[in-house]
Unconditional design. Structure first.
Length: 129
């Protein structure tokens, strides 16, 4: 599932900011919560992971772009809730990398209000045989 609708800023291999409008008919609002739609925390984490992956994999040469997977999550904090209609901005910074692992630190805001902050580790995809 692609959550990011637009990349609004990028510094190859360093950072990126991605945007999405939380539309009231988005799949993740179904039952979360009736009459009070709130973006689930896992969606905010995934959005940050996707933007972090763009920052890591961004290269002017498409042949050098690795496929990435989430290897670890956390810690995360969710100081406020994002609701339907909010513009979500995820800003990810590549904090470090070693041996195919990349630590991403970042935030997600909803209409400028901090709704998530934390870290994710991404790994170059390896397929089990």
């Amino acid at each position: 599932m692609r959550l990011v609708e637009e990349i609004v800023a990028i510094r190859y291999g360093e950072s990126a900011t991605g945007r999405r409008v939380a539309h009231v008919d988005d799949f993740y609002f179904q039952g979360h919560f009736p009459d009070q739609p709130v973006v689930p925390a896992v969606i905010l984490v995934e959005m940050l992971a996707q933007v972090g992956g763009v920052a890591v994999a961004a290269s002017e040469d498409e042949r050098q772009r690795p496929q990435l997977r989430v290897a670890a999550i956390g810690p995360f904090k969710f100081p406020a809730a994002a609701t339907a209609g909010a513009t979500l901005d995820a800003t990810a910074r590549v904090a470090g990398g070693m041996g195919g692992l990349y630590k991403i630190e970042g935030t997600v805001t909803a209409d400028g209000v901090l709704v998530a902050t934390g870290s994710i580790t991404l790994a170059i995809a390896r397929v089990a045989s």
